[in-house]
Design a protein around this ligand. Structure first.
Ligand code: ATP
Length: 543
């Protein structure tokens, strides 16, 4: 999608008004040039009517330029604002799996660099429009002066466009290549920030990462960018050369060939001298426009969902339920054929009040099962049923509201999201006490006083959120792994039974075999397959 199409889509009526006022302004500027050249050539003592006309034209040119620019600035900024919100919405509407496939760096580049590129180009559009309008007005004036000169100008414009096209296409290709490197560069920036501790501790590793990965990619991006921008710089000078050639032609050659009048000559030269500024600014903006359309193309090819997640309104709150079933559910990660991992087919039935431990070695598929169970992944085959109703993609949002989940790679928000702040403060405060965090953290209007805590303490705060959510089904992915022995014991022997007593179904992904006997059922996974699904009393599991 081009920048123009993007802006038109945002509000074509506003753009039309801005264009019309822009063209009036440009036309008036061209009229001013005509008036000046006529007066210089023909009138030694211009009448006051000409002076009034001059003032009027100047005033209209100025006022319409202001109106056009303000309108365009406002609408281009609105369009960028809309783009930011649309992209954020699209990310929220896109299923987890395609987002994981895209990866964080690509999404980050899109939300920062690409939006910035579009915003910068959109900011330049108002000036561009006025300049193009002035150029068009000047063309009209030239055609009025002499159609033969106009034919020459058009011919030169054609030559200029054809010869500049090569620079444009090549320049754009390099900028596009630089944009590809930008995704990789953001990946390295992420490594730099996330791995800063490890990099600081390891001199050789740090040098290796810095030179082999980060510097190399950054250099490549810089190289491609400079090649692209250099071509645009050559294009600028080439354009100017053609421009001066045109002026020279009219000044020195045309009078001999076709005998044009001094008025035409001066009018032509004045017009072109005036146009030099707008044309230069127009050519200078070409790289910005190219970058913006590359960014817009990139955004489109990411394949984010186009549906609005909020279009159907809020999902209904979870109703009473009696049975959750997984029937032959599978999920595969297709990295390459030989190392493809497939979870399932899994058959599973859960009832309210069930406490199920999901166990198994590293990489056996426990977290994948968690994502399937909670509706974050859709089954690739098989189906999930809630009380005799299959969960199809339209039901997914509603289905997810049944779950309160703490993942092993959890994210702790700075405040309690989506709660009635005042009403829930008191409840949250009492949970803080139970979680033995009241001496470290307080809550005011749903805002945690701090989240700068130890890993174990931060994880306890996620438990607080889960409690407040009060959903029918809970899932804890290795929640107790970071807890001290006392709190770990509290979690397994008090918190879980408490939730169970409230009729919650609970999945606990765990390696803590000391507590396996507390479960109603153990589901053991091994390389994506269920080894057993039975009560611990019937199971011999290794301690
Ligand atoms: N995003 C992904 N892309 C490709 N393969 C993946 C992805 N996530 C997980 N896998 C593969 O799926 C398998 C199961 O991973 P999963 O995270 O479900 O295991 P797990 O039992 O939770 O392991 P752990 O106990 O180490 O957390 C692993 O072999 C892993 O390589």
């Amino acid at each position: 999608m081009s920048l123009v199409a993007f802006l038109l889509r945002a509000s074509w009526q506003a753009i039309a008004i801005a264009l019309i006022t822009g063209f009036i302004s440009g036309g008036c500027s061209a009229g001013l040039i005509a008036l000046i050249s006529r007066t210089v050539v023909k009138d030694n003592s211009p009448s006051s009517a000409i002076a009034v006309a001059f003032m009027a034209l100047g005033l209209v040119a100025l006022l319409t330029a202001i109106v056009s620019r303000i309108l365009l600035v406002r609408f281009s900024q609105e369009a960028v604002f809309g783009l930011q919100l649309r992209l954020s919405r699209q990310i929220l509407a896109t299923e987890l799996k395609p987002l994981e496939n895209l990866g964080l760096p690509r999404l980050l580049v899109m939300l920062t660099e690409d939006i910035q590129a579009v915003a910068t180009a959109a900011g330049a559009v108002p000036v561009l429009v006025i300049n193009m309008a002035s150029a068009a007005g000047c063309m009209v004036y030239i055609s009025w002066l002499s159609w033969r000169v106009l034919a020459l100008v058009l011919l030169l414009t054609l030559v200029a466009s054809v010869s500049c096209r090569w620079f444009l296409v090549a320049g754009r290709r390099w900028l596009s290549a630089a944009r590809e490197q930008q995704d990789r560069l953001f990946q390295h920036f992420r490594t730099l920030i996330d791995g800063v501790k490890e990099l600081k501790l390891h001199y050789a590793g740090r040098q290796d990462f810095f030179h082999t990965d980060l510097e190399k990619t950054a250099r490549q991006a810089t190289r491609y960018n400079s090649r692209g921008l250099s071509l645009f710089a050559v294009l600028d000078s080439w354009g100017k050369l053609i421009y001066f050639f045109a002026i020279g032609l009219v000044l020195f050659a045309l009078p001999r060939w076709i005998g044009i009048s001094p008025e035409t000559r001066i009018g032509y030269v004045l017009t072109f001298t005036y146009l030099l500024g707008p044309m230069e600014s127009l050519v200078n903006k070409l790289p910005l426009l190219s970058k913006a359309s590359i960014a817009l193309q990139k955004i489109e090819t990411l394949g984010l969902s186009l549906s609005d997640p909020d279009a159907t309104g809020p999902p209904p709150p979870p109703a009473d339920w009696h049975r959750l079933e997984l029937r032959g559910v599978t999920h595969s990660y297709r990295t390459d054929r030989e190392r493809e991992f497939t979870l399932g087919p899994i058959d599973l039935t859960v009832h309210p009040g069930d406490l199920i431990f999901v166990i198994g070695g590293n990489g056996s598929g426990k977290s994948t099962l968690a994502k399937l169970l909670t509706g974050l992944y859709q089954p690739q085959s098989g189906s999930i049923w809630l009380d005799d109703q299959p969960i199809d993609p339209e039901q997914q949002e509603r289905y997810r509201q049944y779950f309160s989940v703490v993942f092993s790679d959890f994210f702790l928000f700075e405040r309690l999201l989506g709660f009635d702040r005042q009403a829930d403060d008191a409840r949250a405060q009492s949970y803080l006490q139970k979680l033995q965090l009241n001496h470290k953290v307080s809550i005011d209007q749903g805002q945690f006083s701090t989240t700068a805590l130890s890993q174990g303490q931060r994880k306890r705060l996620t438990l607080l959120t889960a409690y407040l959510e009060n959903r029918p089904i809970y899932l804890f992915d290795e929640w107790a792994a970071d807890q001290d022995p006392t709190f770990k014991d509290l979690f397994y022997s008090q918190f879980l039974p408490n939730l169970q007593a409230q009729g919650k179904a609970i999945f606990v992904i765990s390696h803590d075999d000391r507590y396996f006997h507390l479960a109603d059922r153990l589901i053991k996974l091994d390389y994506g397959q269920v080894v057993y699904n039975q009560p611990p009393s019937q199971t011999v599991y290794a301690r």
